[in-house]
Design a protein around this ligand. Structure first.
Ligand code: AMP
Ligand code: MG
Length: 305
């Protein structure tokens, strides 16, 4: 998945369990990678409008991603790939496409036109449409890896999948895991969180970007416009029960920006979040008050209620 991953578990069977979890993640990558030839996602992207039968898991993740698109009115959009590719984020050959070109490609990103068949676990896109599960893949991989660990008798583990942290149970001494929230300003850890059985998933512009004529273009796009997200947020961390939910929401909330993200949380409340702004303020949802410690001289601290 184009990143570093660490699996750390405790107990007599840890070594074997870790290997099986690793195997599971690699297997998943073979299904959902957007660059690996023969993956489900590549087969869909080369389907020229034909119906493609998917592995159950790919179907499940795609279905979830499309529901997130619906719930966020297209802020999150797993069909942005033709646009993201044009900006060079898949090859590293970055460029700023002309606006009419982006508008043309946005014509191929209507997630409501994807046809899923739950019985056959198949999908049909229209011609020129492409999917990308990059915004949810690592989170889902974490859920699957934890399931493998659990099935192999592990009761205490921590995964770091490219900055997405997921913990199983508590530490072996019975205390809570202490997870660091990375500073988007390259200054170590911005905050600490005490958690058990939880996913702590972050998205930020600091992860991948390029600069042209003094302007920064990041790898997270506004699904409504086809332009890189550009608002007051520097990073978003979501704290919730599953990696899949956390990964989908961290990307979504980052694109929404401060106000829309807070409104979205007030409506849902099935997750918690930490928002870090470019002017070095921190916002976190009230239920995190007991778990969070601030490790950075923030300009202002606000609790979202
Ligand atoms: P994450 O690091 O989880 O925030 O996911 C970022 C990745 O998701 C990017 O590298 C793109 O492949 C993809 N992506 C970017 N913008 C969006 C969006 N608005 N909706 C869905 N996927 C996106
Ligand atoms: Mg994500």
């Amino acid at each position: 998945m184009n990143t570093f991953m660490v699996i750390k578990s405790y107990g007599r069977k840890a070594a074997k369990a870790n290997l099986l979890a690793q195997k599971r993640i690699c297997e998943l990558e073979d299904f959902i990678s957007v660059t690996k030839a023969e993956s489900d996602v590549c087969r869909v992207n080369e389907s020229l409008g034909n119906e493609i039968v998917l592995h159950d898991e790919t179907f499940f993740v795609l279905d979830f991603a499309l529901k997130t698109a619906d719930e966020s009115s297209g802020v999150f959009n797993p069909l942005l790939y033709p646009v993201i590719r044009e900006w060079g984020f898949t090859t590293g050959e970055y460029r700023v496409p002309a606006k009419p070109e982006i508008e043309r490609l946005m014509g191929f990103t209507d997630y409501r036109k994807v046809k899923l068949n739950p019985e056959k676990k198949s999908v049909a896109l229209e011609k020129n449409m492409m999917i990308d599960l990059g915004a949810v893949g690592k989170g889902y991989a974490g859920d699957c890896a934890l399931q493998v660990l659990r099935q192999n008798g592990i009761k205490s583990a921590v995964l770091d999948l490219g900055g997405n942290v997921q913990v199983l149970g508590k530490k072996t001494d019975g205390s809570l895991w202490k997870i660091g929230v990375k500073s988007p300003w390259g200054e170590g850890t911005a905050a600490g969180l005490e958690v058990e059985d939880m996913a702590v998933i972050s998205s930020g512009g600091y992860e991948r970007f390029f600069e042209k004529d003094g302007k920064r273009y990041i790898h997270i796009f506004d699904g409504r416009t086809g332009f890189p997200a550009e608002n007051e947020l520097a990073a978003v961390t979501v704290v919730c029960k599953t990696g899949l939910l956390g990964d989908s929401l961290s990307t979504t909330l980052f694109v929404m920006g401060l106000e829309e993200a807070c409104a979205f949380w007030r409506n849902r409340r099935d997750f918690d979040m930490i928002l870090l702004t470019n002017d070095r303020r921190i916002f976190y949802t009230e239920p995190l008050s007991e778990r969070i410690s601030l490790l950075y001289p923030f300009e202002a601290v606000s609790v979202v209620e």
